[in-house]
Structures are given as structure tokens and as C-alpha cells.
Design a binder for this molecule. Structure first.
Ligand SMILES: NC(=O)c1ccc[n+]([C@@H]2O[C@H](COP(=O)([O-])OP(=O)(O)OC[C@H]3O[C@@H](n4cnc5c(N)ncnc54)[C@H](O)[C@@H]3O)[C@@H](O)[C@H]2O)c1
Length: 475
């Protein structure tokens, strides 16, 4: 009998075994695991028509119902309100009465008058009542991330367009549910990836379109943001910025892989025209050791659920490498616990140029073969020459209304503008799920010893059509 090579076998953790539908602690041949993974990531039969380029009749005033007005949703209330009369908040829902009422109060203050807005609060299911409200065109979901997909699916089933905070899906099944429901109901379903509207990101995108980078070869992107102490806060006081029921920390306790992949990845996907000529093909992921959370835990307030907890699943640094169909590579990182300054890296390499963010620097083949960063004058010239037309048009409004340097305002401006005019969304359901699905795929890869895991093709082959990004249309 042929001697089995130990390296061809992978011992499954209880978690990944469950996910693959196998019994725990069973060693499984690598081939068998790949077969299982391929089945898991294969496309199910379509139940509706593609929603690429989906258009609807213009909506003169977009009537909005918002679910979740905690840290982020409270900010969205102000941003959306600034877009009146093109958009109007008609309903607000939060599981907590105090948050729903605080958001309404904000509307009253901003507009200097009592607004007629329907409030929903009191429990975690009351949002379903709001979504059924007849006079809502668009549901905006700003609840904790694990709630997004099922709320979006239900909203579309109730005949509403829907947008959701990031990430829009946390499992492969959720991602398919979103695609299939959007295709079946023919409703807009967009993820609110605000970073795609950043001034620096859109400038790079415009340079890519004008061939400044030549052939794109690789990118590096990340979410590096030290929020360790904030994740431990257990409080109902909005001033503390505490997350509802410590939901972010809960994810760290339970889950491997990248928990928040889309801020760095969305813009890179646009640079590479993922879904419009290229696609993410597979990834491999590796977590570092976990240390920061359990070392901090005994020093956290004793009233929180994670006081003196010895074990957290998520390593301090999560690394993924993504390969695209065109052979490009993307390093994607997630670290919210190490004491280091905020960064999304935003690095992009091509045959003629290279960019790196934090701080933004550019080098060009035509200038010294790229040995040096452009000096201040030349960098400024490039910024001016290739400023994205959205920013040329919107800079003043973006600066006035703010939100992460104005990108939040531009995101909502474009969303509402496109609905007002009956245009397709800048980002469709396929974009949202392709970027978000990194979370469950990286989890699987980590739990299976960093093996390659293929991305499902949510577009069912349509990614091969080289299309212009909507971010360059109708400006
Ligand atoms: N795009 C960005 O830059 C950005 C920035 C911060 C947060 N986010 C995303 O925004 C979302 C919200 O984050 P946050 O920091 O505001 O969290 P948060 O905990 O402060 O707010 C969530 C709110 O949802 C409410 N809620 C929870 N379950 C609910 C339910 N079933 N029904 C109704 N309301 C419910 C909570 O009461 C809370 O007020 C997350 O998905 C996060 O990833 C995005």
C-alpha cells in the first residue's frame, strides 16, 4: 500500500470541520478538502437576471428609513439630512429607545423644526416593521456587521432598495443570499464603502484610467486602526463611543481571519477593475499570534463581558494574499490592536508608477526610473492634473459637510443623485459581496493551515466583460 505523506493531510479544527460539514478532529487528505472547498465556493443556479447596470425610474425625493443609529448611523443622519430635498429621512429604527430618540432630536436641531419621522425601537426585531413601511424607497443599514446581510435581504423582499455599511456579508451563504435576492427582486443593493470616494483613492483611480501606472501588477491594502481600548468599553453612554453589546470585541473572541476587509480592498478592486475585466481568484491567509487583547483584558473594567479572558481567536495581525485572474497580487492586512498609527497602506504598483499612502507618495518610471519619490512640486502637479472629476465638482461641498475628509458626503451624494436620476449605482451587489467575502474565506484559510481558498464567482462569468466603472459616469 502506498505510504501516505503526512503533509498531504490536514487536521481540521472543530470550527472549520463544522463549516465543511465534516466531523471534528478528523485528518483529511488535502485533495478532499479542496474538493469540499470548491463545492462550497461554486455558484448556485441563478434564480433571477443579472443586476449589473440595473436602472430604475428616477425617484425625485428618496425617502429613507435608517436602521441602527449608534456611532456611525448618528453621523449618517446628518449627512443624509444635508441632501434635502433630494433625500429625506422618514423613519428611524434602533433597538435602543435612547439612540432612536437621540437621532430624531438631531434632525430637529439641524432643521430647526419638528420633523415628521416615524420611530421604531424597543427590541432587535422591530426593524422588520419599519422595513414594511409603505413610503420608504431606500433602507440604510448601519447595525453591527453580523446583522447586515439578513436585514438587506429582507428589505429587498419588502420591495425596498437597500444600502448597507461594511462589510455587507459575513459568510459565503449570506453573500449568495444577497446576490440571489437582488437578482430575483431586481432591487439596488449597494455596500456603503466610503473609502472608494476618498480624494486620494479617486485620484489614483483616475491616474490608472489615464495609464499613468502602465500595467498594474500588485497592491497592498489594510485596515490598521488601534481601537483596542474602545472595543473593551461596556457602556450605554453614547459619549463613550462604546459598541453595542461589545459586538466588535465579540468577533475577535470568536473568529479567525480578516474581520473588516473592505476599506483597503474596495479602492484596490476599483483600480484593478475587479468585476469589470478582472476578478479575485483565490486567497491564502495567516493570522499572527494573539497577544494584545488577552494581555489587556485583566486591566479592563471588571463589568465587561471579556474581563480577564485568556483566549481570543483573532490574531493581532491578519494577513491575506489575494491573487486575481490577471495574475496580480494583493496583500491585505487587518490589525486593530497594535499601538501603531492609522493606515490603509493604499499601495499600488505598475510598470510605470508606484504609489504608497500614509503619507501619500508617488514615484514614476519617467522620473529617475522611480528611484525617488516625486518632490513636492511634481507631486502637486500630478494631484492637480489627475484630480478625479467628482472631487473637482464636489470638493467645496465635501469640505463643508465632512465625514472622513468628505468621502462620506460624496458617497451619499452619488447614491442619492443616481437614484434621483434613475442611474445605476456606482457599486453593485457583486462588488459588495466580492470584497466582503474575504472575511469568511480568510477564516477558512487560517483554520485550514493557510491553504488557498477560491473566491466564488458572484457575477457568474460576467466579470470578463471589460466595463467602465460607474465612478466615471454621469458626473
Ligand atoms: N464606513 C465606515 O467608515 C465605518 C465607520 C464605522 C463603522 N462602520 C460600520 O457601521 C456599522 C455600525 O457601527 P457602529 O460603530 O455605529 O456600531 P454601534 O454599536 O455604535 O451602533 C450600532 C447600532 O445598531 C443598533 N442595533 C443593534 N442591533 C440592532 C437591531 N437588531 N435592530 C436595530 N438596531 C440595532 C444598536 O443599538 C446601535 O445603536 C458597522 O457595520 C461598522 O462596521 C463603518
Amino acid at each position: 500500500m502506498k505510504k501516505q505523506n503526512r503533509r498531504d493531510f490536514i487536521k481540521l479544527s472543530a470550527l472549520s470541520a463544522g463549516f465543511l460539514g465534516l466531523s471534528a478532529k478528523k485528518a483529511l487528505a488535502r485533495d478532499e478538502i479542496h474538493e469540499k472547498l470548491d463545492a462550497l465556493t461554486a455558484a448556485p443556479e441563478a434564480t433571477g437576471d443579472s443586476v449589473m447596470g440595473l436602472r430604475h425610474a428616477p425617484i425625485e425625493q428618496v425617502r429613507i428609513g435608517i436602521i441602527g443609529v449608534g456611532n456611525r448611523g448618528y453621523g449618517h443622519v446628518k449627512t443624509i439630512n444635508a441632501l434635502q430635498p433630494k433625500a429625506k429621512i422618514v423613519a428611524i429604527c434602533d433597538a435602543r429607545e435612547s439612540r432612536a430618540k437621540r437621532a430624531l432630536e438631531r434632525l430637529h436641531t439641524l432643521n430647526g423644526k419638528k420633523e415628521k419621522v416615524k420611530l421604531y425601537y424597543g427590541n432587535e426585531d422591530v426593524w422588520k416593521e419599519m422595513v414594511k413601511q409603505d413610503d420608504i424607497d431606500l433602507v440604510v443599514i448601519v447595525t453591527p456587521a453580523p446583522e447586515h446581510a439578513h436585514m438587506a435581504v429582507y428589505s429587498m423582499q419588502q420591495g425596498k432598495h437597500v444600502v448597507s455599511e461594511v462589510p455587507i456579508a459575513f459568510s459565503i451563504q449570506e453573500a449568495w443570499d444577497l446576490v440571489n435576492t437582488a437578482e430575483k427582486t431586481q432591487k439596488h443593493c449597494m455596500m456603503l464603502e466610503n473609502v472608494c470616494y476618498g480624494e486620494e483613492e479617486l485620484w489614483i483611480l483616475n491616474m490608472v484610467r489615464n495609464n499613468v501606472f502602465g500595467t498594474l501588477t500588485y497592491a497592498e491594502a489594510a485596515y490598521l486602526h488601534p481601537i483596542l481600548q474602545k472595543m473593551f468599553i461596556k457602556s450605554n453612554d453614547p459619549k463613550t463611543g462604546a459598541y453595542y453589546k461589545q459586538w466588535r470585541l465579540r468577533l475577535h473572541a470568536e473568529r479567525h481571519g480578516n474581520l473588516y476587509p473592505t476599506h483597503g480592498l474596495g479602492p484596490v478592486a476599483n483600480y484593478m477593475k475587479v468585476g469589470r475585466g478582472d476578478r479575485f481568484e483565490y486567497l491564502v491567509s495567516m493570522d499572527s499570534v494573539e497577544a494584545s487583547l488577552h494581555e489587556y483584558s485583566p486591566h479592563s473594567p471588571q463589568n465587561n463581558d471579556f474581563y480577564d479572558q485568556k483566549y481570543f481567536s483573532h490574531g493581532d495581525m491578519s494577513n491575506s494574499l489575494i491573487k486575481t485572474a490577471k495574475g496580480r497580487s494583493i496583500l491585505l492586512q487587518h490589525d486593530v490592536v497594535t499601538p501603531r498609527p492609522y493606515s490603509r497602506i493604499n499601495a499600488l504598483g505598475g510598470t510605470k508608477a508606484y504609489h504608497e499612502g500614509y503619507p501619500s507618495r508617488l514615484s514614476l518610471y519617467d522620473e529617475d526610473f522611480g528611484h525617488n519619490w516625486l518632490d513636492e512640486k511634481k507631486y502637486k502637479e500630478m494631484r492637480e492634473k489627475y484630480q478625479h472629476p467628482i472631487w473637482t465638482k464636489m470638493k467645496k461641498d465635501a469640505e463643508k459637510n465632512g465625514g472622513h475628509g468628505g468621502m462620506d458626503f460624496i458617497l451619499f451624494y452619488r447614491l442619492i443623485n443616481n437614484l434621483n436620476k434613475g442611474l445605476p449605482m456606482d457599486m453593485d451587489v457583486y462588488d459588495g459581496v466580492s470584497w466582503s467575502v474575504v472575511s469568511p474565506l480568510s477564516k477558512l484559510s487560517v483554520e485550514l493551515g493557510s491553504i488557498p481558498v477560491r473566491f466564488p464567482d458572484f457575477t457568474r462569468g460576467e466579470w470578463k466583460n471589460d466595463r467602465e466603472l460607474d465612478l466615471f459616469k454621469n458626473i
